[in-house]
Design a protein around this ligand. Sequence first.
Ligand SMILES: C[S@@+](CC[C@H](N)C(=O)[O-])C[C@H]1O[C@@H](n2cnc3c(N)ncnc32)[C@H](O)[C@@H]1O
Length: 279
Amino acid sequence: MYSQAAMMLDRILRLLAAYNIVTCSSETDDEGKLLTWHYGPAPVCKWLTKNEEGVSMASLVLMNQDKVLMESWYHLKDAVLDGGIPFNKAYGVTPFEYFGKDARCNQLFNEGMKSQTVIITKKLIEFYPGFDDVNILVDVGGGTGATLGIITSSYNHIKGVEHVGGDMLEEVPTGDAILIKCTLHDWSDEHCMTILKNCYRALPDNAKVIIVERILPVNPSAAPESQGVFDVDLVMLLQTPGGKQRTQNEFEALSKEAGFSSLKATHVFANTWAIELKK
Ligand SMILES: C[S@@+](CC[C@H](N)C(=O)[O-])C[C@H]1O[C@@H](n2cnc3c(N)ncnc32)[C@H](O)[C@@H]1O
């Protein structure tokens, strides 16, 4: 190994300690001369190391910090000045088109999505009671199927329907509930209206849509649960055609216009909510 590696690693760890990612204490000799530093995991490391399901939030961090996605930031100023989507300005295609042609990025995206969904869906099952009366659950924009897999293995009576290969902007499958998790934030209000109207059309009377999304606070604050949502909101600005995080009022307006009669939001985890729309 490179002779200066330990010193370099020390400097990296000291920065991480300054942000409370790791703990740090120094060891001195009897004269007070510094001998070494000792590092350990700070509480946030619980989320950055694999849990009993073999996933952690580190995959999502690695996805968002990947050089392909980071490139979008360099096009943000031009998008503010001239319009357009920063990611598309960088690569000439949308992220989903790009992932379709780049196996490494696709794997990174799927791993990031799967990891967060395993963690959040466990909390969804713990705190959202609305799956008891569902028999057929359609997962629109379900990705690798991890979300549905967790729900159907916890609720054996539920038959899960993946919406794979279909276009939710055209049509969605029928069921007695439609789950749409971390997907509406990829789309503009106009797109969301089309998707929600397609859901409304596909559902029988008294059925429901369960949107699982972060809800944007009206006023930003320096608390991590607020910072996290505004952070994802910027990622949506960088990479999607009009996608954004939404306030509860914005979800209410969309659901009303799509025809739904009521909205009830249940907090699940870290500002992620189950937003139930009744037909
Ligand atoms: C941000 S991911 C969310 C995945 C998953 N629901 C989760 O929470 O982990 C958005 C998903 O929407 C899918 N998607 C994108 N455009 C779509 C379309 N037009 N119709 C259906 N699904 C689409 C993507 O393939 C991706 O799996």
